[in-house]
Design a binder for this molecule. Sequence first.
Ligand SMILES: NC(=O)c1ccc[n+]([C@@H]2O[C@H](COP(=O)([O-])OP(=O)(O)OC[C@H]3O[C@@H](n4cnc5c(N)ncnc54)[C@H](OP(=O)(O)O)[C@@H]3O)[C@@H](O)[C@H]2O)c1
Length: 337
Amino acid sequence: MKKIDIAVVGASGMVGRELLGLLEERKFPAGEFYPFSSGRKPAQAVFRGRIYKCEAPSLEALKKAGLVFFVSMDEVSAKFARTLAEAGVRCIDDSSYYRLAEDVPLCIPEVNGDVLSAESRLVAGPNCTITGAAVSLAEIHRRFNIKQIRIASYQAVCGAGREALRQLENETQEYVKTQKMPKEKGVFPHPMLFNLFPQVGGFDEEGFCSEERKVAAELKKILNAPDMKVSSVTVRVPVMRGHSLGIWAVTEKPWKIQELKQALLATPGLKFFPKPEDYPTPLKYGTRTDIVYAGRLRAAETAENEFQLWTVSDNLYKGAALNSVQIAEYLLEHNML
Ligand SMILES: NC(=O)c1ccc[n+]([C@@H]2O[C@H](COP(=O)([O-])OP(=O)(O)OC[C@H]3O[C@@H](n4cnc5c(N)ncnc54)[C@H](OP(=O)(O)O)[C@@H]3O)[C@@H](O)[C@H]2O)c1
């Protein structure tokens, strides 16, 4: 089998480490391996049993790879990804920088793999928050045409990276030691332990936080539904890993609840629990799981043809690293890489 030389920018981060584990576990045919980090402090990456020193990325170094995974910062993707893609290097970007660019496919393979082509040298993976909604609603949308979606997200701390997870761990240890409530804000706008707050990202002039804007714009792009109305409240909760969503959706076509159940049971990449008490939780289904989990389907009474659903997915796997690997696998399987 053909081998592909790969580079990972952000190999020492939360998503980067999971990505390396997944490439190994899923036997991705990697040839040479080039790991990169900020270079601001010594960093290592472990891949196929070998320890590599991470370097700061440069265009020249990245050009040695046939495929580059970007799992670092928006500005790093902005600096390198398009230039590399134009030079013929395939780039899969997990930052938000290119997700809404018209010429960049935004892809979850089981939802819209058909947006990928041999020509798309630069491909973006979506925000980890919308994965649960995009995967779980895709088949219902195909069958009943969803017109409106409302989402309340309950987002785990590791969605904000390594330092955020460390903060919750430290606050927890400190509380166990001292029984005092945390006071320091750390990387978040408020202490995280025993708390939650309706803010993920900064606010714009109209009062939306950046995550809420991303949810709406990216969901419309992935579901290829520019006229769909989407609103959300994105909430950070003291869960370590695994994002949960409460979803309300209104369809154009009427349905019977049994028909929605059948659509959910037939949805690729989704495990739907028809019994209400079997709902998924982030503790059980939010760590190192490959698919999206959904339950608590019911009709809602706030609009005609409106239903409610609950989902849980692993923000680091399906919401980021795994989705990127699946994009690469899709390209490979379809002879596009
Ligand atoms: N966490 C999630 O659930 C999630 C989900 C979807 C998408 N994403 C996206 O994935 C990316 C990484 O997130 P993360 O959670 O893994 O963050 P993280 O744990 O904070 O890791 C960030 C990584 O980026 C590296 N980095 C920082 N500045 C860099 C620079 N100038 N040049 C090269 N590398 C640099 C860091 O290197 P050092 O070790 O040297 O600091 C580290 O390897 C972000 O774009 C994020 O939006 C994250």
